[in-house]
Design a protein. Structure first.
Length: 443
């Protein structure tokens, strides 16, 4: 048993017993009630899931085991000469609920390096796909092709005790996380770099090795990849990719099946695909305004025009948050600290900043938007473009590699806590109307 797994078992097993006792004692207590409007708004804000890894507060933003993103950028271990946290550290935190030491993070990094060998048939499967296939489709298929390696599926077929489910889900999750950068980089090089591939460098950390396999050796790209992989890992359990992974996993589908399903959700334009829509919108804005760097006044008029056409300003608004997304702020700080301060002013990043200054009051003035502030997607593509990663169809794959850390850590906890198959009830419109009428009559 590896060191991380030993620590996890020592923490998780007693906690699982504590949770079981808690549910037995408090099972009939009502936590949330559902209104008709909640049913028709995607169940937004309705508490219905257990997610140990992170919690999103409308006003405070996302917290990972209680820590904010600014705190984690300060407290999590860094690579040598690095200034951004290693993603291995936030995975450790989400899994164990405690900040890792430098040694802990290096152990996780080495653990993933040992597990990172991708079976040849996965690459063969990807090679059979047309180059025109969307990168997210390729990514999901690559994960599915690797399902042949599932230790959980094999053990379940042979027959194992429920108390051991978590063990095999842990192993599958660690193997999957270790191999995802290799699969993603293979897709990138196949689709955009004439099918010329770069072998992994086992001396590099997980995120830096990913940048290396993509073909980007500049220190700042590796620094950005560490930040990107850290801030996109999780966003509590109700977002589509996390919820889908949890839902499919609740049927005891193995982590490969569950994660692939989550990635199909992430590929939607209302979820992870939004980051490429932001860049497309900015490029169109710049083209229509004559190229170069527009003024704030020109951007304001373009935003009003976008709204008048019945369109949205991509990258703005959030289902839960009611403030600027801390993940946006982290990327904004990255631009200011490592790019602009060194004299490498970037027009796309500058437009992102100007949109941030003028869009919120315009959006707020419509009276229809609850959150006029930017989310994570409003900035991430601009930073990638600056460093030459211009293939914005691929951006959601980067998001997916990062999101694996959160949803798979959660999946391990699902099995530790023996959470049952998810099966909410539903109703019909007719029955809902009848129930509403009865409530009105009683009142």
């Amino acid at each position: 048993m590896d060191t991380l797994k030993e620590k996890f078992a020592a923490k998780a097993m007693p906690f699982a017993k504590e949770v079981k006792a808690f549910v037995k004692e408090n099972g009939e207590k009502v936590i949330s009630q559902v209104s008709v409007s909640a049913l028709y708004s995607g169940m937004k804000g309705v508490t219905g899931l257990i997610t140990e890894t992170s919690k999103l507060d409308p006003n405070d933003g996302i917290r990972f085991r209680g820590y904010s993103i600014p705190e984690l950028r300060e407290k999590l271990p860094k690579a040598p000469n690095g200034t951004e946290p290693l993603p291995e550290g936030i995975f450790y935190l989400m899994l164990l609920g405690e900040l890792p030491s430098v040694e802990d993070v290096h152990n996780v990094s080495n653990n993933w390096a040992r597990r990172s060998n991708v079976p040849k048939h996965v690459f063969d499967t990807l090679d059979e796909l047309p180059v025109s296939t969307h990168p997210m489709t390729m990514f999901s298929i690559g994960v599915m092709a690797m399902q042949t390696e599932s230790l959980f599926a094999s053990a379940y077929h042979k027959g194992i005790s429920k108390k051991d489910y978590w063990d095999y889900v842990y192993e599958d999750s660690m193997n999957l996380i270790a191999r995802l950068p290799r699969i993603a980089a293979y897709i990138y090089r196949k689709k955009y770099k004439n099918n010329v591939h770069i072998e992994p460098d086992p001396k590099l950390d997980w995120a830096a090795n990913f940048a290396h396999m993509l073909g980007y050796e500049e220190f700042d790209v590796k620094r950005l990849m560490r930040l990107y992989m850290t801030i996109h890992v999780d966003h509590e359990g109700g977002n589509v990719s996390a919820h889908t992974t949890h839902l499919v996993g609740s049927a005891l589908s193995d982590p490969y099946l569950a994660f692939s399903a989550g990635m199909n959700g992430l590929a939607g334009p209302l979820h992870g695909l939004a980051n490429q829509e932001v860049i497309a919108w900015i490029l169109e804005l710049r083209r229509e305004l004559g190229g170069g760097l527009p003024s704030k006044e020109e951007i304001a008029e373009y935003i009003k025009k976008t709204l008048e056409e019945g369109k949205v300003v991509p990258g703005y608004g959030h289902a839960v948050l009611r403030k600027t997304d801390p993940r946006f702020s982290a990327q904004q700080d990255f631009y200011q600290r490592y790019i602009k301060s060194s004299g490498k002013k970037d027009d796309i990043c500058e437009i992102v900043q100007m949109v941030y200054e003028v869009a919120p009051p315009i959006l707020e003035s419509t009276g229809k938007i609850k959150n006029p502030w930017p989310n994570v997607d409003a900035h991430s593509g601009a930073l990638l473009m600056h460093f030459g990663i211009t293939e914005f169809d691929f951006y959601t794959v980067l998001f997916g590699v990062s999101r694996a850390l959160g949803v798979l850590a959660s999946l391990v906890w699902d099995r530790v806590l023996a959470l049952p198959i998810e099966r909410p009830g539903s109703t019909t419109i007719k029955l809902l109307m009848e129930k509403a009428k009865k409530i009105e009559t009683k009142a």
